[in-house]
Design a protein around this ligand. Structure first.
Ligand code: ZN
Length: 331
C-alpha cells in the first residue's frame, strides 16, 4: 500500500511540474461584478475566480458611467453580475448586450419580495431614464436588495446556479460554498434581529443621507428617512427637509447618520433646521455604508458592512434619547 501511494504521489508531482500550464490557472474563471457587494458574493461562491469590481469604495452605481476599460473587461469576463432594478442606471444597454453570461440578480427575485416604490406612498421624483430602450417597470422597485440578508441569501443561491451553468464541473463546489455562506448570512440576520430587539418603538427612526436602507427598515421594523431619494441624483425639497426636521424634533431622534454615498451638505442643512427648532441632534461619527463597501479591513465585505451598520444604528438610537446637555425639544 505504501509503495503504491508513493508512486502515485511521484506521478502527480512530475505531472504538476512538467505540464505547460497548470490546470488551476487555465480554468480560472473571470467574474465581473458591478458592485462590491456582488464581488464579495462571487468570492464566497467561487473563491478561486478572478473577480473584477466595477464600483469600488465610495463609488456610486446610480451615476457611474462605465469606462472603455470597464466595457472591455465586461466583454472579456466569463460571468457578469449586476444588481439590476435600475441600480446601474447609466449602463443598462451595455449590460443587456452581454447575453447569457450576464445576470441582473435583483430582476430574478420575486416582485412580491421587492419594495415597490410606487406603492410606498412616498413622493419619488420623476426619474429620467438614461436609456429609452430600458424596461421602465424594473425601475419601480427599490434596488438596494442587499440590505435584507434573507433577500441577499436568495441572490447568493441564484448566483451559484448561474456559475454552475457556466462551469458545470464546478457546480457542486459552488453549491456547497453558497450553502455555507448562506448559513453565515442567516447568522448575521439572527444577530441583527436580536440587536434591533433592544430598541423600543420610539427608538426606531433612522435618518440618513442616501435612501438605501429601505430593506433594512422592512426586515427589522425601522422607520427609514433620507435626505435624498432612491437614486442619489435627486434630493428631497426644502419643504420635505423641513418636515423631516419636524419629525426629528417630535420623535426626539438623538442621532442622524451620514453615509458613504450622499452629499454631506444635505445632512448639515437638516442639522441646522433641527437646531433652529430647539433640539440638538448628533451627526454620528460612524458613517453607514450605503451602495459601496469600505476599503478598510472589517468593512470591506458584505458581512462586515452589515454588522457595522447594525451596530452603528443600535448604539446610536439605543442610547438614552434625552440629549446629554439637557436640551429639550421645542413644544
Ligand atoms: Zn443607492
Amino acid at each position: 500500500m505504501r509503495a503504491i501511494a508513493i508512486t502515485v504521489g511521484t506521478i502527480l508531482l512530475v505531472t504538476g511540474c512538467s505540464g505547460p500550464s497548470s490546470d488551476t490557472s487555465s480554468k480560472s474563471l473571470h467574474i465581473f461584478a458591478t458592485t462590491g457587494y456582488l464581488a464579495d458574493a462571487a468570492l464566497n461562491i467561487a473563491p478561486d475566480a478572478v473577480i473584477t469590481t466595477m464600483v469600488g469604495p465610495g463609488g456610486d452605481p446610480h451615476t457611474y458611467q462605465p469606462s472603455t476599460r470597464d466595457i472591455q473587461q465586461m466583454r472579456d469576463a466569463d460571468a457578469v453580475f449586476s444588481n439590476g432594478l435600475h441600480l446601474e442606471a447609466q449602463m443598462t444597454r451595455q449590460l443587456d448586450s452581454l447575453g447569457d453570461k450576464h445576470l441582473a440578480v435583483g430582476e430574478e427575485l420575486s416582485a412580491s419580495d421587492l419594495i415597490d416604490l410606487t406603492a410606498t406612498g412616498e413622493d419619488q421624483p420623476d426619474i429620467e431614464w438614461a436609456d429609452p430602450d430600458s424596461d421602465e417597470s424594473i425601475g419601480q422597485y427599490d434596488p438596494h436588495i442587499w440590505n435584507d440578508p434573507e433577500l441577499w441569501s436568495q441572490v447568493i443561491a441564484l448566483m451559484a446556479i448561474k456559475l454552475g451553468e457556466l462551469v458545470p464541473e464546478e457546480a457542486d463546489s459552488y453549491t456547497v460554498n453558497a450553502a455555507a455562506y448562506r448559513a453565515e448570512l442567516r447568522e448575521a440576520h439572527e444577530a441583527a434581529t436580536t440587536r434591533f430587539q433592544t430598541l423600543d418603538d420610539r427608538q426606531r427612526t433612522v435618518v440618513t443621507g442616501h435612501d438605501a436602507f429601505g430593506y433594512l427598515g422592512r426586515a427589522y421594523q425601522l422607520d427609514i428617512h433620507a435626505t435624498d431619494f432612491i437614486s442619489t441624483d435627486a434630493q428631497i425639497s426644502p419643504r420635505e427637509l423641513s418636515e423631516l426636521a419636524d419629525l426629528i424634533v417630535t420623535q426626539r431622534v438623538p442621532v442622524i447618520f451620514q453615509d458613504n454615498q450622499a452629499n454631506p451638505q444635505a445632512i448639515a442643512s437638516l442639522n441646522e433646521a433641527v437646531q433652529a427648532r430647539g433640539w440638538r441632534v448628533t451627526i454620528s461619527d460612524e458613517e453607514l455604508y450605503a451602495d459601496s463597501l469600505g476599503s478598510e479591513s472589517g468593512v470591506d465585505t458584505y458581512l462586515g458592512v452589515f454588522a457595522h451598520n447594525v451596530a452603528a444604528i443600535v448604539m446610536a438610537l439605543g442610547a438614552d434619547s434625552v440629549n446629554a446637555d439637557g436640551l429639550e425639544p421645542a413644544p
